[in-house]
Design a protein around this ligand. Structure first.
Ligand SMILES: C[S@@+](CC[C@H](N)C(=O)[O-])C[C@H]1O[C@@H](n2cnc3c(N)ncnc32)[C@H](O)[C@@H]1O
Length: 270
């Protein structure tokens, strides 16, 4: 498969995860893509073996993280702390679509690189009823029109705001992630409350996630390294605090699926 290097090289995994959300009733059928179906079925034999041996699978890991992120975000909305959500690298996730329908008056902006954002808009057009706003953001942009800061300028400064990233952090090295967290914290400090929810894979649990999951195809498809930054949850929390989130917890997903042991969910506040 000939794919671009760099950030755009990560996008095929968004098709895979998009297909998993549909399979698990977390997204409408309209958001499944042929690319996602092909990738899913190519990886499935390896996942079946892993499942039979009681080991982690991508599907188990993805569903565990997706549900836990839903839980943290809905808690913040229902407590009245968050009325605006920026989901960066949203890919084909249906969270924006589901939450926009579930919570009246919630502003939900989904952002991704240009090609994925265009694709998402076209897929969402197939659905009726309320939908999230879709826009282009480069999570690595320090400033300028494609930065998170520029997107935040379009929101209401008097409403509590959350940033969500899912399935993004482990594609970038530690310096890049730290810089990104500093920019997120600076943006969120402009609002009365600011929350950051994200998933992260820890080193104690995995030196090489694709290999541990027996998923060499993923490593081949994503022609960029998967980075594992932290030995323990406390290390990640400390880095988040230094980046500008004084309250930062790393929470294990609430599930008995063995896949969930590989990840933690960031619950951080400015
Ligand atoms: C593994 S997918 C996850 C998609 C979605 N969050 C989910 O869980 O289904 C990673 C996503 O990150 C996006 N991405 C990669 N680099 C990015 C960047 N620099 N800025 C914004 N999005 C980026 C890709 O286009 C892709 O949609």
């Amino acid at each position: 498969m000939l794919l671009p290097r760099g950030s755009e090289a990560i996008s095929p995994t968004g098709h895979y995860t998009g297909y998993v959300w549909v399979r698990n009733g977390l997204a409408p059928q309209e958001l499944a893509t042929p690319e996602g179906r092909v990738l899913f079925h190519a990886l499935e034999p390896a996942m079946r073996v892993s499942r039979l041996l009681g080991r982690p699978t991508f599907e188990g890991l993805l569903v565990a993280r997706h549900r836990m992120l839903d839980q943290l975000l809905s808690g913040a909305i229902e407590r009245g702390e968050v009325g605006q959500v920026i989901e960066i690298a949203a890919g084909l996730s249906a969270r924006g679509w589901r939450f926009t329908r579930r919570y009246d008056g919630l502003t939900y902006v989904e952002a991704d690189l240009p090609r994925m954002a265009e694709r998402k808009e076209r897929l969402l057009d197939r659905l009726t009823g309320p939908a999230p706003r879709v826009t282009t953001v480069d999570a690595l942009a320090i400033d300028g029109p494609s930065s998170v800061a520029a997107l935040a300028d379009t929101l209401d400064p008097d409403v509590g705001t959350a940033i969500v990233t899912e399935g993004l952090l482990n594609y970038f090295d530690l310096d890049t992630v730290t810089g990104m967290w500093q920019r997120f914290a600076a943006v969120l400090r402009r609002f009365p409350t600011g929350a950051y929810f994200a998933d992260v894979v820890l080193r104690t649990h995995s030196d090489s996630l694709p290999q541990r999951l027996g998923a060499g195809l993923l490593a081949a498809t994503v022609r960029s390294r998967v980075h594992v930054h932290f030995d323990a949850p406390a290390d990640a929390a400390e880095t988040l605090r230094k980046a500008g989130f004084p309250a930062a917890d790393l929470i294990p997903p609430e599930t008995t699926d063995p896949s969930a042991r590989l990840i933690r969910i960031i619950d951080a506040w400015t």
